[in-house]
Design a protein around this ligand. Structure first.
Ligand code: ZN
Length: 281
């Protein structure tokens, strides 16, 4: 087999699996001591970027934990965003935790207790944090030790400060950085940073949202385990639990909060619109 043929085979393999941040790869050291990526190893824990409807791109691979960052105040706590990120985590088979920042500010304690109850009840770890006082940081550091983590959250919730606090760096400015620390294979804006206590943080600053567009409408309820459980009592197989649906057992079922059901329905109609667009084109 000629060298040229081998080159083209590797190039072909790389075209099919272009390395992304977090990938594990097979490398070969060349006579000039440079290193060549020969193959991308199978991935798990995948996050997709959801900017373009039918064109989802992998942002990061081999992610163990998605930490959903939301502030208890300023900006106001909105569980719809948490639920959207939980769908992305479910889709990528990634464990999700919730970090509630700015607990040093005045906030609605009843609302926060309810958020803790809803998501804690679903098995997600919920950690209250203040980057001003340092409250909760050690707990979060402990939970992320030796694991590969991505932080998700909208601007203003303190994601950049949290990134700096966890990595001990001050240059995580949140600006789009197209070159990763571990190589020049990525143009997604994600970068891989080692954590002082072991493990790593993949900074995805510059990526607005993670993709859920490829989730089929009738699969969405799998990302809402309490809704899927209540759905066993729906009269019709294939019930999608829309508002006012005949014979639907989900609305008012114990364990299904109105907030989560509203999030589910909002995402369902979004996905159905996308499906309709795809069908029409
Ligand atoms: Zn139903």
């Amino acid at each position: 087999m000629g060298g040229e043929e081998r080159e083209s085979t590797i190039a072909g393999r790389l075209r099919r699996a272009r390395p992304v941040v977090g990938d594990r790869v097979e490398i070969r050291e060349l006579p000039d001591r440079s290193v060549r990526v020969e193959a991308v190893l199978p991935r798990r824990g995948i996050l997709l970027r959801g900017a373009f409807r039918n064109e989802e791109k992998i942002v990061a691979a081999n992610v163990d934990v998605l930490v959903i960052v939301a502030a208890v105040a300023d900006p106001p706590l909105r569980t719809g965003l948490i639920d959207r990120y939980l769908v992305a985590a479910w889709r990528g088979e990634i464990e999700a935790m919730i970090a509630l920042t700015k607990v040093d500010l005045p906030y609605d304690e009843g609302e926060v207790a309810r958020v803790r109850e809803i998501y804690g009840g679903l098995g997600h770890r919920v950690i209250g944090l203040s980057l001003r006082t340092g409250e909760g940081l050690d707990e979060l550091r402990g939970a992320l030790a030796d694991r590969v983590t991505v932080l998700a959250g909208h601007s203003g919730v303190g994601k950049t400060s949290l990134t700096n606090a966890l990595t001990g760096r001050t240059d995580a400015t949140g600006k789009l950085n197209p070159v990763s620390d571990r190589g020049r294979h990525t143009t997604t804006g994600a970068r891989y940073m080692d954590l002082p206590g072991g493990g790593a943080l993949i900074d995805t600053a510059g990526i607005r949202s993670f993709g859920i567009a490829g989730v089929a409408a009738d699969d969405l309820q799998k990302a809402f385990p309490e809704i899927a459980a209540a759905a066993e009592d729906c009269e019709w197989e294939g019930c999608l639990h829309r508002e006012g649906e005949d014979g639907c057992a989900v609305e008012g079922a114990p364990g299904v909060s109105p907030e989560r059901l509203a999030s589910y329905r909002k995402l369902l109609s979004e996905l159905e619109e996308l499906e309709a667009e795809r069908g029409a084109s």
